[in-house]
Each structure stands twice: as structure tokens, then as C-alpha cells.
Design a protein around this ligand. Structure first.
Ligand code: HSE
Length: 328
């Protein structure tokens, strides 16, 4: 399909809204927030959260091409190439090779620039929904490839560590990105506490400040932690998970952008959290706990720290999301 003929930036939906349920002309999806990196696994590890999630509606339209609209809260781009959902759908439509048209409405609950996989939720949601409407002709791996085009729009780089857990659910490892090699990981029940200080950190900026070279001694520590974390998940070994949540390469650079980071991390670990760190490229911080009571105590600590700092924040106490983007 020649996408250049099919671009449009109209805002009006060609169909009335679907409400909150899918039918044969359109579908409603819930697209989970995700935590990329999982501290030591920069660009290779990620997990899906049960909450928050974006709500998207994707419907067929009579004319080929893509139209986009979004809830009033965020001024999302309406030109498909500039919109993460649009760019991902364009990749899917190119692979489909037949004329087809979609209208996409995004009700964004995951704030852009939060470090909670906001762009991945829109990218993954769009292609999962379109694939559902087309009769599931593409594999999950194809969908990850399409949705990586959205990440390129958002951060300038095709990374898959938010996209993959968003589509597959649970905890995922990207063993290789080119060629794509996805490994889904088993994990024990875990509670996840997240604090999102209401400042914006652009992923592209947070990538730019990283050092391009790594000392061998740091690389060795990082390899040990990544292997330990994966083994900890697979063996359901909470203590090993906790010991492995250490990042000697990225966190020392990025944490400077996040007020209160050290206080949150140290106090939450003292309160019994297994460990945690920057969620994706920040500014959100996450902590993993074995017990819900600890996860809730950790939330109180996070709140107190940002109250004292006088910085607005949002918190979530949730669990690992199973199943990825859901058709509802
Ligand atoms: N791995 C990416 C980064 C995730 O840390 O830049 C962005 O959410």
C-alpha cells in the first residue's frame, strides 16, 4: 500500500464512538503502562503493570489512511507520521499491502514523559487493535516490530523494552533487537509501587546524557545483576531479585534528573521493599515488594518525601499485568 496517498489529519471520527465495548467495525483496548529497564537491564528488560492503562478505540473507516483524535487532556499530534500510534499503524498497513483505513481515538491515562511507557501503550494498542480487526493475521512479534516505529517517533530510537511487555504482558527480555528475539519470563507474585513526580523527562533527552562507553568492571557488575535478576524471576527467589536490582551504568547519570531519588530508594528499601529504581527513563520511580502491606508502606514513604519537597506527585500500588493489551 502506498501510505503517502492515505495520510490525513482530520479530527472527526467517521463512526460514532463505540462506547466501552468492541464490535465488528471497531474495537476498544486497554493498553497497560510498563516499566522498562527494570534497573539493570537497559533496553532489554521490562514488565507490564496492571494499572494505569490507556484506553484506545480503533475503528475501520471507509477511506484508506489514518485519522487520529485524542482526549482533551493532551495535545497529541494528529499527523500519522508524527503520532506514535499513527507511525506504528502505518508500518502495519504497509505490511498488510491492501488499502485499509482506521480511525484511532486515544484516551490517555498514562502521562507522556512519565517513564511509564506512555508512547509504547499508544503504539502497541493501535497495532493490537488493528490486528484484531483484520482477523489476527500478524504475530505478536510482527506487532512489536510495527510498534517500534512509534518508539522511534517518541525517542529517536527503536527500542522494544516497553512495547514487548505491553503486547505480551508479564516480564519480558529482549535478547536481541535486530533480529528481534523475545523471551517471556516467569515471575513470582510481586507488588509494584510507583511514584510519578509531576515533572517531565523526555526519553530522547534522558538517552542523550548517557555515557557512550562503559568500563569493563562496571559491565561485569551489570551482567551479574541482569543474570541474577532473570534467574531470580525464574526461580521465584525474592532475595535474589532484590540483590540484583542494582544499576551501576545508567542510574548514576539519570538519577540526577529526579529530585528525591536517593531518599525514595533508600527509605523504601529500609521499609522492606526488595529494591527498585528509575522506571524507564524517569522521572517515575518504582519499587518491588513481596507483600502488599510493604508496597503500601512504601507508597506512604514516597508521598511523604514529595510532600516535603513540595513537588506534585501521583502514586500507584499495583501488580504485574498479565496478558498485555486487552480487547474489552
Ligand atoms: N530503555 C528505554 C530508556 C526506555 O531507558 O531510554 C524508555 O522508556
Amino acid at each position: 500500500m502506498n501510505n503517502s496517498q492515505n495520510k490525513s489529519s482530520q479530527q472527526s471520527s467517521p463512526h460514532p464512538p463505540l462506547g466501552d465495548r468492541s464490535d465488528n467495525r471497531g474495537c476498544v483496548v486497554h493498553c497497560p503502562a510498563t516499566i522498562a529497564n527494570l534497573v539493570c537491564g537497559f533496553d532489554i528488560l521490562g514488565l507490564a503493570l496492571e494499572a494505569p492503562y490507556d484506553i484506545m478505540e480503533v475503528s475501520f473507516k471507509d477511506e484508506p489512511g489514518i485519522t487520529l483524535s485524542s482526549s482533551a487532556a493532551y495535545n497529541l499530534p494528529t499527523i500519522p507520521e508524527d503520532n506514535v500510534a499513527g507511525a506504528s499503524l502505518l508500518a502495519l498497513m504497509e505490511a498488510y499491502e491492501k488499502p485499509v483505513g482506521f480511525h484511532v481515538h486515544i484516551d490517555k491515562q498514562i502521562k507522556p514523559g512519565s517513564g511509564l511507557g506512555s508512547s509504547a501503550a499508544s503504539s502497541a494498542g493501535a497495532v493490537v487493535a488493528a490486528n484484531h480487526l483484520l482477523g489476527n493475521i500478524f504475530s505478536n512479534e510482527d506487532l512489536v516490530r510495527f510498534a517500534m516505529n512509534g518508539e522511534k517517533v517518541a525517542s529517536g530510537v527503536k527500542h522494544a523494552d516497553n512495547i514487548t511487555p505491553c503486547i505480551y504482558g508479564g516480564v519480558t527480555l529482549i535478547r536481541s533487537i535486530f533480529p528481534l528475539d523475545i523471551v517471556t519470563l516467569d515471575a513470582p507474585p510481586l507488588f509494584v509501587t510507583v511514584v510519578h513526580p509531576q515533572i517531565e523527562v523526555k526519553t530522547s533527552d534522558a538517552r542523550q546524557i548517557l555515557r557512550k562507553e562503559v568500563l569493563l568492571k562496571d559491565a561485569i557488575k551489570q551482567w551479574g545483576n541482569i543474570a541474577g535478576l532473570v534467574a531470580g524471576f525464574m526461580k521465584h527467589d525474592y532475595q535474589l531479585i532484590g540483590r540484583s536490582l542494582e544499576d551501576v551504568i545508567i542510574e548514576p547519570v539519570r538519577s540526577i534528573l529526579i529530585p528525591g531519588f536517593d531518599a525514595v530508594k533508600n527509605s523504601c528499601k529500609e521499609a522492606g521493599a526488595l529494591g527498585g529504581g528509575i522506571s524507564g527513563s524517569g522521572p517515575s520511580i518504582f519499587m518491588l515488594s513481596e507483600h502488599e502491606s510493604t508496597a503500601k508502606a512504601v507508597e506512604v514513604i514516597m508521598k511523604n518525601i514529595y510532600e516535603k519537597l513540595g513537588i506534585d506527585y501521583k502514586t500507584y500500588v499495583t501488580t504485574i499485568g498479565k496478558g498485555g493489551v486487552k480487547i474489552v
